[in-house]
Write a new protein. Structure first.
Length: 94
């Protein structure tokens, strides 16, 4: 897994809307996208539950490094505000 910084790492077009939706639902969000490498875009907590989240646009897939990270840590791929809202709902009820 690569953790090196990548200055100016580009955000997916869905990133800001997803972060706003998560926060509006009461989730705490730590934006990690500038860390680069294989680290997911977000660390999200709801109460005592947590997950990493990777914002993706369209049909974009996880990079090989992101897929490796997801094998060892909880990572949700979020492509829309609706998916973000559903993730928070699921985190509250499971």
């Amino acid at each position: 897994m690569t953790l090196g910084p990548r200055i100016g790492r580009k955000k997916d077009s869905t990133h800001d809307a997803i972060v706003n939706a998560l926060e509006e639902c009461g989730a705490k969000v730590v934006d990690l996208h500038k860390l680069g490498g294989s680290v997911p875009d977000l660390f999200v907590t709801v109460g005592t539950r947590f997950t990493f989240a990777e914002c993706k646009s369209g049909r974009a897939k996880l990079t090989p490094g992101q897929a490796d990270f997801a094998k060892e840590h909880p990572v949700k791929v979020l492509r829309s505000v609706a998916e973000a809202v559903q993730m928070v709902t699921d985190m509250r009820t499971t």
